[in-house]
Design a protein around this ligand. Sequence first.
Ligand code: FAD
Ligand code: NAI
Length: 475
Amino acid sequence: MAKQFDLVVIGAGPGGYIAAIRAAQLGMTVACVDAASTADGKPAPGGTCTNVGCIPSKALLQSSEHYEQAKEHFEDHGIEVKGVSLKLDKLLARKNTVVKQNNDGILYLFKKNKISFFHGTGAFSSKVDGGWSIKVEGKDEEELVAKHVVVATGSTPRQLPGLEFDETTVLSNDGALSIPSVPKKLGVIGAGVIGLELGSVWRRLGAEVTVLEAMPDFLAVADQQVAKEALKAFTKQGLKIETGVKIDEVKTSSKGVSLEYTDAKGEEHKLSVDKLIVSIGRVPNVQGLNGEAVGLKLDERGFIAVDDECRTNLPNVWAVGDVVRGPMLAHKAESEGVAVAERIAGQYGDVNFDTIPSVIYTSPEIAWVGRNEQQLKKDGVAYKAGSFPFMANGRARALGDTTGFVKILADAKTDEVLGVHIIGPTASELIAEAVTIMEFRGAAEDIARICHAHPTLSEAVKEAALAVDKRTLNF
Ligand code: FAD
Ligand code: NAI
């Protein structure tokens, strides 16, 4: 007989597993179905984020940063290290351990919250009395009946037309996180978040990295002053970045990949690399769901169509995370998961799309929330801007990491913070203050009046707020 649940969640990435936990906290009986497996066939909950995304990429960014620091920068601190060498197998094994700790952590959380976990593919069967019938195929074959369903099946990497990922030579994020030996020459198509983060990892480990980007502007999604500073820093580090390129031909052989492309001036080029990462965005994962059988509607871009509150066209079927519109970010997926569980429980769940932070974990880190200068100009909003360079921050000097700045954009009349853009050390952590202020619709003056500990990098945020009123104290 089919097992009955108040809620069945399909997908145990950050959208799905967090929705399951919140629903269980609210007293629902919950099942979560996830297809991902470890190399030895065990469940690997956590989705893209845990297995081939946020977590392993940050583990590699940290290890490669330590390596580069030891090789190039310890000496600045009077520390002489001799014979620094790379044990790539150990570095990759550590990354795998970090991933496993997260997989295990999620399985523990399922137990703790009395969530039934099913290892397999979840697909819609039919509408039945009391809800939806969901079929699980795989290790834990089962028929489930759910009053509510949350689809959180995430996304998969977009292929370059005609060029399949073999994960040996042509790599998606998956293969790019596990290259067994440092390639001499690495090509990256797409200077987005993955291209820059993983391009940085392999450059630090010794590869000669060329990044080819189609858009004429580098990091067009970021504030252009930040993008300019980033391009300068990455180029100085040795990343070769070309914008405005058109990829004409890609040929693979046992030796590697040869590319032909046209640059922004219309000149043709050839590039041979040992490995190629293709990071040109991701596509929603609706394969295997059997949504067609029950009439689950997709939008024109192939995402599951949802309203502002993550309701699909089917009663009591919801969808969250990468498989629906909006930024493909783990914290966005989590926020939607929590909000949906609360809505199912009759509570008021909310996700404020205006205050979702974006972070790029390169060195320097880049983080922002709200609108940038280009967007405010386009929207015709009168604003004031205040910036403060890390060069003038005592803690940054002590760290020996003074690249970048904090920029705050505030409404010209009301002083409400409209956007905060940071490039520099720990930007990923500093942005949290900006998110909080914006969530409370605070003003630049609010930040300026708050006592920030000294000496901290957060003082640069306070000084940028003072700069909005043209009264920095340390610059
Ligand atoms: P996913 O995490 O993709 O999870 C979906 C799960 O559903 C998967 O486990 C999949 O196996 C399972 N599934 C799919 N179909 C079925 C089915 N029919 N039945 C059962 N299970 C199914 N975001 C950040 O915010 N910060 C970062 O630092 C960051 N770094 C990233 C680095 C890389 C290299 C990549 C690729 C992504 C990164 N992201 C980052 C994006 C982040 O990983 C995604 O936004 C996030 O994982 C989306 O969560 P989700 O729950 O919607 O889907
Ligand atoms: P992306 O959208 O960040 O960048 C893709 C880049 O490829 C864009 O700059 C685009 O202009 C370019 N591009 C597209 N087609 C091209 C072509 N044919 N030739 C050359 N360039 C081309 O996507 P990416 O890096 O693949 O990442 C996917 C998603 O994963 C992102 O949406 C991001 O939200 C998420 N992610 C988040 C991270 C974080 O939060 N730190 C880290 C990594 C990924």
